[in-house]
Design a binder for this molecule. Sequence first.
Ligand code: HSE
Length: 409
Amino acid sequence: MIYVAIMGHGVVGSGVAEVLRKNADSIARKAGEGIAIRKILDLREFPDLPYADCFTKDFEEIVNDPDIRIVVETMGGLSPSYEYVKRCLETGKSVVTSNKELVAAKGDELLALARKNNLNFLFEASVGGGIPILRPIDQCLAANEVTEIAGILNGTTNFMLTRMIEDGMSFEDALALAQQLGYAERDPSADVGGHDACRKICILASLAFGKHVYPAQVHTEGITAITSEDVRTAAAADSVIKLIGRAVMQEDGRLYATVAPTVIAKSSLLSDVNDVFNGIMVRGDAIGDVVFYGRGAGKLPTASAVVADVIDEVKHLKARKYLFWEGGYEGYVIPHGEGTVQMLVRAADTADAAAQIAAAFGEVQAVSGDGVPAGDVAFITPAMTESALDAALAASGLTVKSRLRVAQL
Ligand code: HSE
């Protein structure tokens, strides 16, 4: 029997306990050994649960128990998760986490610590909830040079955008429903502000390109400024707006990385990823484009990925899984503004607008039709650096109402 501890009995942690108990027989068959929960760390009381006697409020009871070989961290946040995970790895326990904030900030350091101590540190659930994505990038696509990763990485905002577009729901009602369904973070500003998606693109890019990308290096915009006028203008361009996390390797070895509401063509596979679902496109030199799709948030889908990592760690108690990336450095991610972009611009349709657009950008792709609000003009700029584009818009004399990145995905 292999004993595990779970730190944090919230949405995901309780799902992990439920799956480990409910599927105990089939999990034991797949792991080659039975897996039992020895301790659950939480400050709250759960007296009615069948495993109520496993609860402790004291982390020391976990870290000092030599029989616990694997610790699951589902507390979220950086403190005290970072300290606890570090101490587990220092005292000979392998760790599984669903905590994207922790991996995005400290993944390089914790992977190095796990390697030094011949342990495993796995975190499949930190990106895409239940969707297998990290293991496929690390193993199944290992033959490829990955050139780009782009994805709808946040279930809450995708759910909200879908409800706002399809049901005309307000931003606030859509957020309340997402929270009620257990999709949103404790602090939903991490979802709507794009920070959750940022952490996930950092993890994906770190794994795919082998060097840590830190959240502070990634220009991040959320969905709070998106209006129904923007949604309708995108539709007039035969496109939809999705919150996209994107990392593109440049020819000079630096990385372009951003999170932003992005206009993508309705012909793109990602355009059909709706509700709480996530979709992640990986572009490799041998495979071409491959898209991973599934439930990106929620109790049991996320628990599914956590428990699969636990099973993998049980199977590799004596051998390390090779999943690793190096530390990052300043200058690895190109500064915001140097990236080449195209924008869908909506501006007031004044008498001078056509001449101002032509003077600023030369030939543009005009967007017209019922979706463009009366009194507005919309167009897609040529590809240029973001700072040059911003400067051209500022100097144009146009009254700009919105500007959204356009990507061919
Ligand atoms: N709040 C996150 C989301 C949970 O909505 O995608 C899963 O990481």
